[in-house]
Ligand binder design. Sequence first.
Ligand code: COA
Length: 258
Amino acid sequence: MIPEIHVALSSGVLTATISRSDKKNALTNDMYGALADAIARANDDDEVRVLLIQADGDTFTSGNDVSEFAAQATGNGPKERNVVRFLQGLANATVPIIAAVQGKAVGVGTTMLLHCDYVLLSDEAQLITPFVNLALVPEAASSYLLPLRIGHAKAFEMFALGDAVPADVAVAWGIANKTTSAADLRAEAHRIAGKIAAKPIGSLTAMKRLMRDAEKLVAQMDCESATFVERLASAEAKEAFMAFAQKRQPDFTKLARQ
Ligand code: COA
């Protein structure tokens, strides 16, 4: 157990709460590990019928901790990359996953939603995928899932420009189910989780298995991961991480294609 991820089981709903508000819920290796453990528990524990992912503070998550990206780029990252276990856990999850998203969902904060079965956004939520802005590539099988969900044109725009997609647009595009006020978000997510938890779990898990191709998702994650690691070591990524640390805009214009 780590303080940045709280996990609690109540009436068949396993709730994992991301809680690192001072850093806008940026995800560290340890946090990915705890989330991966929660997914594994949801799969293995017969008491769990639904997994609900939510977050404290004003931001769902600002994505991967950028200082950990920078450490990985210089070979100083963790030996075991828990993000891999987390993402594969999402791909192989058997029980329904619900997400309650307020504020910004950046990077993996958005791509993880493509693995959730019911996504609730607060009215002011924004989905942001700034992988190219960081000189990286999309992960979590999102290079496959996002174009499949919203079409190539919009997926390219989200990935290449990294502009924020407002909650109502995300619903119209089919990335999320519906919006609600920030004040009602948690209660509504728990209401929906409770409704799903009351359904026959054998039928739900069988339906979820039929609706998704977990093998394809993991294969796509492996391809993305190989490219991601290459990009992490690039001069472009070094400039992006340095700019973030120095709180300035990156300048990629002097860097040649690699
Ligand atoms: N990794 C590490 N630290 C992060 C972070 C991240 N992904 N996102 C935010 N933080 C830290 C900031 O460095 C800052 O730390 P400090 O108080 O020690 O200076 C603190 O969290 C608050 O962030 P700040 O940028 O001041 O908040 P904001 O409300 O102005 O902006 C974001 C919020 C999320 C828009 C902005 O922080 C951001 O763009 N973060 C990076 C997102 C990103 O590129 N993630 C990787 C995706 S692949």
